[in-house]
Design a protein around this ligand. Structure first.
Ligand code: SF4
Ligand SMILES: [Zn+2]
Length: 321
């Protein structure tokens, strides 16, 4: 199951090389989030809640992670003050009711170029009707600002941090400018401030075979839970930013298989240490059999919501020669 990628010339992993491989940005509107919707999610207290998720249009993240394509939907300068509350109002007046709110900004909520600090009081005010608010942030940007913003909120506060992988040689090659210790320190600090933490975990980042990709996603979840993270969201690694296509062409990256996503969710749920979700956005692209793909994705979606294992989908494609 899966090849083992060969040695890699680390010289091409620089920020400059990652930037040079980029294609064009997709223009995003400044007066509204570039996407917004309400979707169900299993909450920490059990039960399924409606979550309003806003993908805010804002300044690009200052980091240059190898696998990241979120810069494609960002503004090319600092976010002007006032536009984030304006975007929230635009979306929240159009969405159906929800109890939880995710403000995802393709970067770091506590990067002042992305989310101007003078907008915090209005953002917090607009978030007031929600029992739970989640934002995303880089572990190295988790400082007292997180606590100050939390103090303005009425509901529970959660910060989503990219752990990505604890693989000792792959994490440095992701150019995330973060160590596992940085992640651990951020989690400790946030938990001490009564801020819940969810972790993003990559399934099969570059330089790993399919088997290794599964193994390290499981190890990374285990690590995150051991630090007090209450929710792990597993993201299948995707090409799409230029450098990932180059790595793919050189045999250093292949997209994970849908079956690996199934394995990781099964193993994560079996840990019984917190919620585990697998990202099913465009999950069809990871399927290798058109007969069973839809049924497999629906099963994963039900398992995301129930946090309970279900018997696997059976299909002729599993027959080994
Ligand atoms: S920190 Fe997050 S948003 Fe920024 S480049 Fe890395 S993965 Fe992308
Ligand atoms: Zn099949």
């Amino acid at each position: 199951m899966g090849e083992t990628p060969g040695d890699f010339d680390s010289a091409i992993l620089t920020t400059e090389a990652i930037m040079a491989a980029r294609g064009d940005r997709h223009p995003v509107p400044v007066d509204r989030p570039y996407a917004f919707f309400v979707e169900p999610e299993r909450a920490a207290h059990g039960g399924v809640v409606e979550v309003a998720t806003l993908f805010l249009s804002n300044s690009e993240c200052p980091f240059r992670c190898l696998m990241c394509d979120l810069w494609r939907h960002t503004l090319d300068g600092p976010t002007p003050p006032g536009v984030i509350p304006q975007q929230m109002r635009f979306a929240l007046t159009r969405l159906k009711p929800a109890t939880h709110l995710k403000l995802y900004n393709s970067g770091n909520f506590f990067d002042r170029r992305a989310i101007p600090q003078e907008d915090w009081p209005e953002i917090a005010q607009l978030a007031r009707p929600f029992a739970h608010v989640t934002v995303e942030n880089h572990p190295r940007l988790c400082d007292d600002r997180c606590l100050r913003f939390k103090s303005m909120l009425a509901g529970r506060f959660e910060i989503a941090l990219g752990l990505e992988t604890i693989h000792p040689t792959v994490l440095p090659r992701l150019n995330k400018e973060m160590t596992v210790d940085d992640f651990d320190r951020a989690v400790e600090r946030l938990l001490a401030g009564d801020i819940a933490v969810r972790a993003f975990i990559l399934l099969r980042p570059p330089f790993l075979s399919e088997v290794e990709g599964v193994e390290w996603a499981i190890k990374s979840m285990d690590h995150a839970f051991s630090r007090g993270v209450t929710c792990c969201a597993v993201i299948p690694t995707r090409a799409g930013n230029g450098i990932m296509e180059q790595l793919e062409a050189q045999g250093h990256f292949s997209s994970p298989r849908l079956s690996s996503l199934e394995t990781v969710l099964t193993r994560g749920l079996a840990m019984k240490r917190g919620r585990v979700f697998v990202d099913l956005w465009d999950a069809q692209r990871f399927a290798h059999c058109s007969r069973c793909a839809e049924a497999r994705i629906q099963r994963l979606n039900r398992m995301n919501l129930s946090q309970a294992w279900e018997a696997p989908v059976r299909c002729r494609c599993e027959a080994r020669p």
